[in-house]
Write a protein that binds this ligand. Structure first.
Ligand code: S6P
Ligand code: ZN
Length: 187
């Protein structure tokens, strides 16, 4: 940086989709084949085309993971679909530094944010365009797409939060979001 220099931003957000572009945006994706044991009906998952895209994530991670005081920012797009009667959803995680919080917000499409505390109490918040969700410390979070179009949501979290997927891989959430008579229902 030079004194008195005026620059353009190095990253951009498409305000309709919250797609990220510019320097240092990383992309990752999860197919149905990469989500073994995430859904209740493992037989149904195995019968599906394993290359089916379930969700993809774009993120701007400007600080090294674990840095105290940095911030991360991302957009996730979950495709519409179900495994058996369970909606396509993210793996879900606690943060490795369990007292670190996160914001999620709905951008496009309809979904449900599933939240579970350390006592394995699970509840959910409806995610719609413009809904803002504060995910407090020690709360596992996962998002399901309950609509017929891709669900886009944004996320912002501290760079020292980290991810603890083990707990959810081992024990899951204490409730699943399934379609019962056409209605998203926690069971
Ligand atoms: C990171 C943030 C999101 C998720 C993304 C995918 O803390 O919560 O960017 O990584 O939505 O979910 P998951 O559970 O597969 O990481
Ligand atoms: Zn998180």
């Amino acid at each position: 940086m030079k004194q008195l220099e005026i620059k353009s931003a190095q990253q951009a957000i498409d305000l309709k989709t919250w797609a990220l572009s510019g320097e240092g945006i990383i992309e990752s994706k999860r197919t149905i084949g990469q989500l073994a044991n995430v859904f209740g009906d493992e037989q149904a998952r195995k019968k599906m085309n394993q290359d089916t895209l379930a969700y993809n994530v774009q993120a701007h991670l400007p600080a090294k993971e674990g840095t105290l005081g940095g911030l991360y920012f991302g957009t996730t797009i979950i495709q519409p679909g179900k495994v058996g009667n369970e909606y396509f959803m993210t793996r879900g995680h606690f943060h490795a530094s369990s007292d670190r919080a996160e914001y999620y917000w709905g951008v496009k499409g309809e979904g449900m944010l599933l939240l579970m505390d350390k006592n394995r109490i699970t509840w959910a918040e409806k995610m719609i365009p413009g809904s803002l969700h504060y995910i407090g410390a020690d709360i596992a979070h996962r998002v399901a797409n309950t609509g017929n179009e891709p669900l886009h949501f944004g996320a912002a979290w501290p760079s020292d939060a980290g991810h603890n997927y083990d707990e959810i891989d081992k024990n899951g959430f204490s409730a699943r979001l399934v379609e019962v008579d056409g209605v998203p229902t926690l069971v």
